[in-house]
Write a protein of this length. Structure first.
Length: 271
């Protein structure tokens, strides 16, 4: 089996009328952050696939070209499955969320039209250098299997982040193969991660504020978890911007291989 395994997955999407916004480990901060992440990736990952198509002819390494193809196929599965779950989220009628998503969609469309390939690949690498760290942390935490985690959301994010780990080297390798400019890469890490976090913070705040009125104080994002998340994000950003950073340096725990085999077994089809 190729280490970047393309799995077609099917998840049970919660009915909009039964949706509980605090669905991960009983934590409002973690739940709204993940919901916002799901909204973000449904738009950024199609942008990544389109961006890669524009540069693939310039990639001369056959193995890297195959990795790029598998990366794009995994990303296509991710945004489709998140789009399924996002229908339930958007059905909640959060004021301003669809407008915020439309602004993000226009930004990605504009970058496809007006920005360079180096910008787009650099943005993608900046995002991927963050999600690899985030994925390793979250899977290791066990929160997706917590007794107060909704099983469908837990499985969705566990599968997605597992595959972020599987294809962790691809964006970095494409950037190095085509450009290799460290200072520009560091700049794009800062830009991409700031852009993502700004969107996620906006959406989390909108949803939490609205849900406090409907569902009570359990939907409030408290100061302490917000500060902890901010510190953790800053640490991951700094790590991704170091001159010696490479995703090839990660030594994965055996549990990642076991999880990979489990989702391969559960998939409707595998490539």
């Amino acid at each position: 089996m190729h280490p970047i395994t393309v799995r077609a997955m099917k998840f049970a999407v919660p009915d909009p009328g039964e949706y509980d916004p605090v669905y991960l480990a009983g934590s409002a901060a973690i739940s709204y952050t993940h919901t916002a992440f799901g909204l973000f990736v449904a738009l950024c990952e199609p942008f990544f696939v389109k961006s890669l198509r524009r540069v693939v002819d310039g990639i001369k390494d056959d193995k890297l070209r195959e990795d790029v193809d598998r990366f794009a196929r995994q990303e296509a599965q991710h945004y489709q499955r998140h789009a399924d779950f996002n229908k339930t989220v958007l059905a909640q009628g959060y004021p301003g969320i669809e407008q915020r998503m439309e602004t993000l969609r226009r930004e990605f469309d504009d970058w496809l039209d007006r920005r360079t390939d180096r910008f787009r690949v650099g943005y993608m690498e900046g995002f991927e250098s963050y999600t690899t760290q985030f994925a390793l942390q979250m899977i290791d935490s066990g929160l997706y299997d917590h007794r107060r985690t909704h099983p469908s959301f837990g499985e969705l994010f566990k599968w997605h982040l597992l595959e972020e780990i599987e294809h962790r080297n691809v964006a970095f390798d494409v950037y190095q193969h085509l450009y290799g400019d460290y200072l520009y890469r560091a700049r794009m890490c800062w830009f991409a991660q700031s852009h993502m976090v700004r969107f996620m913070n906006d959406c989390a705040r909108i949803m939490s504020d609205f849900d406090i009125k409907r569902h009570g104080e359990r939907c409030r994002i408290r100061r302490r978890p917000r500060v902890v998340m901010s510190i953790n994000r800053a640490r991951m950003r700094a790590q991704s911007m170091l001159p010696g950073y490479t995703p090839h340096a990660y030594r994965l725990p055996p549990s990642i291989g076991e999880l990979s085999a489990l989702f391969t077994q559960r998939a409707e089809s595998v490539r």
